[in-house]
Design a protein around this ligand. Structure first.
Ligand SMILES: NC(=O)C1=CN([C@@H]2O[C@H](COP(=O)(O)OP(=O)(O)OC[C@H]3O[C@@H](n4cnc5c(N)ncnc54)[C@H](O)[C@@H]3O)[C@@H](O)[C@H]2O)C=CC1
Ligand SMILES: C[N+](C)(C)CC(=O)CC(=O)[O-]
Length: 469
C-alpha cells in the first residue's frame, strides 16, 4: 500500500524531504504559503530525480504522486508521516504543530530543526508524545543521516515507527538518546565553522584555503571513518590510548578559540561573502548543487564498492529494493540508471562500462540458472571466454536503461548469452553483446560440466529463448 508523507514547509530542506519520499514510492503532499514553493520544490526534485537513482544498481520504486495543498489540514489529514520543515523560528513551529494536531490529533510529526530541542518544540502542544526531532542533512535526497531526537515526553513507540519508516526510504536514523541543543552533528560542524570564521577574521586564510584544507585532507578521512576511528589509526600500533596521550594535551594549548565567536560585523560578513564570490561566484546555486551531487554520488558509489560507511547502508537498502528476476523471454537482467562516474571526457558512458553492465547482466543470468553465490562458494562457476560488444547509440549519465538477456546456447559446458542494452524511455537499443561462458571448476581452474540442476535450468532457458537467436 502506498504511504503518504506530508511536508510542511517546501524550502531547501522540505524540497529534499519531498524528493526522498517520492523517489522511494511514497505519495507526498506539500503545504507552503510561498507562491514560489511549487517552482522551488520542482527544481530540487529535478536534481534529485537525476541524482538519487545513480546511487543504486537497480531501479528505485515507481515514483509516488506529488500534490500541493491549500492548507496544513489538507496536507496532513491521514498522512503516515508529517515532516515539518518551516523557517527556524520556535513560535512559528509551535503554531504549525498546533494546526497539525488540530487537523489530525494522531499525526506523527518529525521536525527538521537544526537546533531546537524536542522538549522546546513540544511546549504548549496538544499531544507532545507525537512530536520529535528528525534532523536531516542537505541534500536530504542523497545524504542518509537523520538525527532522531525524542524528549522524555515522546512516545517510544512513535520513535520506533519513525526509525522504521526512515530506514525503509534509505535513511540512517541516528537515535540521539539525550536531547541537547543542536543535536550531535550540528555541534560538530559548528565547532569547525567557528574556527573557520576566526581564521578568516584574523586574515590567516581565505574561504578557499580553508575549504582546501578540509577537502584535501581530513574531510576525505571523515567521510569514510569519522573522527574516532581515524584518530585510532593515527595512534599507530599503540592505538587510541597512545593517540590521546600524545595529542590530548594540545587541546589545552592556545590553538583554539574554543567557545568565542567572532562578532559578525558588516566588515567580516563582507569579507567572507566577497571571498566566497571570488571562489564560487562563477557558478549558480543550481550548478553548484549539481557539482556537489555528482561528487557525492561518485564518493558514495566508491564506498559501496568497499562496503563501508554510507556505502554499506546503500547496499543494504538496495538489497531491500531488488525484485526477484521474473522468468521470461527476454530476462530483464538489469534495470538501472547510468551513474556520473560511468561517463568519460566525451560526455557519454565510457566503453569500459558497457563491459561492466553486460558482466553484471551475466551475473544475474548465472544466479537465475542456479550458479549463484552459494554455487560459486561450492567451487563451481562460469568464466567468460569470449565477448563482443556493439556500441549502437550514445548513453548519458542519468538515463535509465534495461539489459534484456537471452540464452542462445545452453548445452554441456557452454552458456552463451545475447544481451541488449535498451534505453527505458523510448526502447532504443543502445548496445548489444554476444557473450560465451564456459562452466569451470574453481579448484582445477579448468572446464567441467555444470551440476545437473544448473545444466537443466540452462537448457530450459535456451529452449525458451530458442526462436530469438
Ligand atoms: N538549510 C539547511 O542546510 C538545513 C536546514 N534545516 C532545518 O530545516 C528547516 C527549514 O530550513 P530551510 O529549508 O533551510 O529553510 P527555507 O527558508 O529554505 O524554507 C523554509 C520554508 O518554510 C516556509 N514556511 C514559512 N512559514 C510556513 C508555514 N506557516 N507553513 C508552511 N510553510 C511555511 C517558507 O515559505 C519556506 O519555503 C529549519 O528548521 C532548519 O533549521 C535542517 C538541516 C539543514
Ligand atoms: C547550517 N545548518 C545548521 C542549518 C546545517 C544543518 O542543520 C545540517 C546540514 O545539512 O549541514
Amino acid at each position: 500500500m502506498t504511504r503518504t508523507a506530508a511536508i510542511i514547509g517546501g524550502g531547501v530542506i522540505g524540497g529534499g524531504w519531498a524528493a526522498r519520499f517520492l523517489l522511494n514510492g511514497w505519495d507526498v503532499r506539500v503545504f507552503d504559503p510561498d507562491a514560489q514553493a511549487e517552482r522551488k520544490v520542482g527544481e530540487v526534485l529535478d536534481n534529485a530525480r537525476r541524482a538519487l537513482p545513480m546511487l543504486y544498481d537497480c531501479a528505485l520504486p515507481d515514483e509516488g504522486s506529488l500534490s500541493f495543498c491549500a492548507s496544513i489540514a489538507e496536507a496532513v489529514s491521514g498522512a503516515d508521516w508529517v515532516q515539518e520543515s518551516v523557517t527556524e523560528r520556535l513560535d512559528l513551529k509551535h503554531r504549525v504543530f498546533a494546526e497539525i494536531q488540530a487537523a489530525d490529533p494522531g499525526a506523527l510529526i518529525g521536525s527538521s530543526t537544526s537546533g531546537f530541542k524536542p522538549s522546546e518544540l513540544q511546549e504548549g502542544a496538544a499531544d507532545p508524545s507525537r512530536i520529535m526531532v528528525t534532523h536531516p542533512f542537505n541534500p536530504v535526497y542523497l545524504l542518509p543521516l537523520i538525527e532522531v531526537v525524542p524528549s522524555p515526553a515522546t512516545d517510544p513507540g512513535a520513535v520506533e515507527t519513525c526509525k522504521a519508516l526512515l530506514t525503509s526510504v534509505g535513511l540512517y536514523p541516528l537515535h540521539v538518546r539525550k536531547e541537547i541543543d543542536a543535536h550531535i552533528a550540528d555541534r560538530l560542524m559548528e565547532a569547525v565553522w567557528r574556527e573557520g570564521l576566526w581564521l578568516v577574521n584574523d586574515d590567516i586564510a581565505t574561504t578557499e584555503e580553508i575549504d582546501n584544507a578540509i577537502r584535501y585532507a581530513f574531510g576525505l578521512r571523515w567521510g569514510q571513518m569519522g573522527l574516532f576511528e581515524t584518530f585510532r589509526i593515527a595512534g599507530g600500533e599503540a592505538g587510541m590510548r597512545h593517540f590521546i596521550a600524545q595529542f590530548g594535551p594540545a587541546l589545552a594549548w592556545p590553538w583554539t578559540k574554543l567557545m568565542d565567536v567572532p562578532e559578525m560585523s558588516d566588515e567580516l560578513v563582507e569579507k567572507i561573502a566577497s571571498q566566497s564570490d571570488a571562489q564560487s561566484g562563477h557558478l549558480s546555486i543550481r550548478e553548484l548543487e549539481r557539482k556537489r551531487d555528482g561528487n557525492l554520488i561518485a564518493m558514495m558509489r566508491a564506498l559501496r564498492q568497499q562496503g563501508n560507511a554510507a556505502g554499506r547502508l546503500i547496499n543494504a537498502h538496495q538489497d531491500s529494493l531488488r525484485q526477484p528476476l521474473a522468468e521470461g523471454d527476454p530476462l530483464v537482467s538489469q534495470s538501472r540508471v547510468i551513474a556520473v562516474d560511468w561517463t568519460d571526457a566525451n560526455g557519454h558512458m565510457n566503453e569500459g562500462r558497457y563491459g561492466q553492465i553486460f558482466s553484471d547482466a551475466a551475473d544475474v543470468v548465472m544466479a537465475h540458472v542456479g550458479a549463484d553465490a552459494d554455487y560459486i562458494a561450492s567451487g563451481l562457476s562460469y568464466f567468460t571466454v569470449e565477448s563482443t560488444i556493439r556500441f549502437l547509440a550514445e548513453t548519458h549519465a542519468g538515463e535509465r536503461v534495461e539489459v534484456h538477456s537471452r540464452v542462445t546456447e545452453g548445452a554441456g559446458k557452454k552458456l552463451r548469452c545475447a544481451h541488449q542494452m535498451i534505453r527505458a524511455g523510448d526502447g532504443t537499443v543502445l548496445a548489444s553483446s554476444d557473450q560465451l561462458m564456459i562452466h569451470v571448476s574453481l579448484e582445477t581452474r579448468r572446464s567441467c560440466d555444470p551440476a545437473p540442476q544448473v545444466a537443466r535450468r540452462v537448457a530450459e532457458l535456451a529452449a525458451l529463448h530458442a526462436d530469438k537467436d
